[in-house]
Design a protein. Structure first.
Length: 345
């Protein structure tokens, strides 16, 4: 059992190490923090923390640095979230306001978060598997090109340019829209996909227009499947190169996880949030995901009933109180904007 003063010594070591990137010694703690005890007493507290594997000496006769276990105790028991400044909150609000569709909002979200923290920012698309298709539209660009637009009642918009075989005319586009709208409008995503599958399973008529309907229906189905899939938007990957010294080994596993996304989606999906919707996964807790030298902090946000997460990926030596406060604030703004957008519909 770590004493109360021992926890405060751990807090001092974590905060000083994060700030200076230098191992922390007892004399430094006495000089920088008002403990009111001697350096010898602090050394005794540090020895007990080391026995509990909360701190370690990276080199002989050096100061001490937190272990992954030490960071975990710090986050769970003694970290105090630092409120964002008025200027920081104003910057978030300014960066996220006047966004277009959901895609634009999520891109703005990760850009704002990485600027605020200097870490890799991640936001998870909410799952729209239970959304309904509210509208389909097709815009003829001339010749064989049309723009396929699908909109859900949760505000998700898909827009894709399709190149069909052979030229189509405006009357063809109207017929295609009427046919496909009848299949999917007002239906859930899953039901819409199934309705299109049923259409494609029927025998071909050999009619030219039937071929156009089938071609466009396949595109709409693919876009609906995208609505059902989990995806991430990320920003700030270049910060890893600037922080490479914070990692004991190669940053390649982190870069691969960013590129593949599946690993991060699984990790974020397994993180357990507290009553505030905040979650952390630190260092070796991520070993099974190949990210033993990284930490992830997240906050839940709400998208008209569909929950997802926004977070940060970085080295274990990160400013957890500030980063957790940042993801919580950004998640709050994101939820509010999505709620306002829903009410405005």
């Amino acid at each position: 059992m770590v004493s109360e003063r021992g926890l405060q010594v751990l807090r001092a070591i974590v905060e000083d190490y994060v700030e200076t990137h230098e191992p922390v010694g007892s004399r430094s703690i006495v000089d920088r923090h008002a403990f009111g005890v001697s350096a010898a007493t602090i050394r005794n507290d540090m020895a007990l923390l080391e026995e509990d594997e909360l701190i370690t000496a990276p080199h002989t006769s050096s100061g001490r640095v937190p272990t992954d276990k030490g960071y975990r105790v710090f986050v769970d028991r003694i970290a105090e979230l630092r409120p964002l400044t008025t200027a920081q909150r104003a910057a978030i609000a300014s960066f996220l306001k006047d966004s277009g569709d959901l895609d634009d909002l999520l891109v703005r979200t990760v850009r704002a978060l990485t600027r605020l923290t200097g870490q890799v920012a991640i936001v998870q698309y909410p799952s729209f598997a239970r959304a309904n298709v509210s509208h389909v539209e097709f815009v003829h660009l001339g010749g064989s090109r049309i723009v396929v637009i699908v909109v859900t009642d949760t505000g998700r918009v898909s827009q894709r340019t399709a190149l069909l075989r052979g030229e189509v005319v405006e009357s063809d586009v109207a017929t295609v829209k009427a046919t496909i709208a009848a299949l999917v409008t007002g239906r859930g995503i899953r039901d819409g996909v199934q309705a299109i599958a049923d259409l494609l399973a029927t025998p071909r008529s050999g009619d030219r227009l039937d071929d156009v309907v089938r071609a466009v229906a396949r595109i709409v189905s693919e876009e609906l499947e995208e609505f059902r899939s989990d995806r991430l938007v990320m920003a700030g990957s270049a910060t890893l190169a600037r922080r490479e010294s914070d990692f004991r080994g190669s940053i390649s596993p982190l870069l691969e996880a960013i590129e593949e996304q599946v690993t991060l989606l699984r990790l974020m999906g397994e993180m357990v949030a507290d009553e505030q919707g905040l979650a952390t996964s630190i260092g070796r807790e991520n070993e099974s995901f190949g990210l033993a030298e990284a930490s992830v902090v997240t906050s839940d946000y709400d998208a008209t009933g569909a929950h997802a997460r926004v977070g940060l990926l970085g080295p274990t030596r990160m400013d957890y109180p500030s980063n957790l406060a940042a993801v919580r604030a950004v998640a709050h703004y994101l939820s509010r904007l999505l709620d306002e957008d829903e009410k405005a519909r």
